[in-house]
Write a protein that binds this ligand. Structure first.
Ligand code: SF4
Length: 303
């Protein structure tokens, strides 16, 4: 319910998580003109509402221009987004480009159309940003999209790589930002339902959602059901990377690692009194378990 306490708590949470992501990654600066990409799905509607709310109380001035690309998919309700955007008072631009026909013509029957479709869409978004003088492009991807992409890249691409909350376009002309990077999909879905956004279905093109992504999504839903909080934990792991404990030689100089015990003054390392109090040593506790215990008096031959 839009006027319940639960709704306001949810709204506050989404706005403060977006505010934190914006601050952590310096997504928005004074004078920015931001093109907000609207697909008509729950994520983009939520993003626009959250950005509009933050704009009213931000310490910096920035502009929002909503954009929708009408790709001429059969049955696309072209009046829905303009009517909604008019009601919000946010400036907007509707761009029409028949990428649907191009994709149908170029991609053989039965093959997935998403890759060409997204490339075409990306090109049109960048061109529109340029025309409108927008230096930032906001996309509605959320925390769960980022975690899914991370597993997709790991399982099917052999890479530890996710979807960054902020990146520069290849030509350096724009910065892409994802203000919902810290927000969970379930919160967004509940918020969108409470807000009763006029959602446009995302299967109008007739293409199946990427099957591998669907599998990863199901895996994460099952994990979350079994162990609530796991997706959040994976996301937090992406923000606390320890290159010295992975195995990428381009990120950490493993070859340069060498023991330099001979040059270390042991007392300065540990501080003898502190060492005697705090050092932990291995102790066999029975046949199968090993535990750490606090030493009493002498420890392993160190006085
Ligand atoms: S699902 Fe359809 S509209 Fe979306 S990227 Fe794929 S082909 Fe394009």
């Amino acid at each position: 319910m839009k006027d319940s306490n639960n709704f306001f708590r949810l709204q506050n949470r989404l706005e403060s998580q977006a505010g934190k992501a914006i601050a952590d990654f310096k997504m928005i600066e004074d004078g920015d003109r931001i093109l907000v990409c609207m697909s008509g799905g729950k994520d983009s509607y939520t993003m626009l509402s959250v950005l509009s709310a933050l704009q009213k109380r931000a310490p910096v001035n920035f502009e929002l221009i909503a954009m929708n690309l009408d790709q001429k998919q059969p049955g696309f309700p072209e009046e829905v987004l303009p009517a909604y955007l008019e009601s919000t008072g946010v400036a907007y631009r509707i761009v029409t480009a028949d990428t649907y026909s191009i994709v149908k013509e170029k991609v053989p029957e039965g093959k997935t159309t998403c890759s060409l479709c997204s490339r075409l869409r990306r090109g049109i978004i960048y061109r529109t940003a340029k025309e409108l003088g927008a230096n930032k492009i906001a996309l509605g991807h959320h925390r769960d999209d980022i975690v899914e992409t991370f597993f997709l890249n790991m399982f099917f691409g052999g890479k530890l790589k996710g979807m960054p909350p902020k990146l520069a376009t290849d030509d350096g002309a724009h910065v892409v930002i994802r203000p919902l990077a810290y927000c969970s999909e379930s919160d967004i879905a509940r918020y969108a339902a409470d807000m009763a956004y006029p959602i446009i279905p995302c299967n109008l093109c007739g293409s199946q959602e990427n099957l591998q992504r669907q599998k990863v999504k199901e895996m994460l839903v099952a994990w979350e059901r079994e162990t609530p909080g796991r997706v959040d934990s994976v996301f937090r792991a992406l923000t606390q990377v320890v290159p010295s404990h992975l195995a990428d030689t381009s990120l950490f100089d493993f070859k340069g690692l060498a023991s330099n015990l001979a040059t270390i003054d042991e007392a300065s390392l540990f501080g003898r009194a502190a060492y005697e109090q705090d050092a932990l040593v291995f102790s066999h506790a029975g046949e199968t378990a090993i535990s750490f215990v606090r030493p009493v008096g002498r420890v392993g031959g160190v006085a």
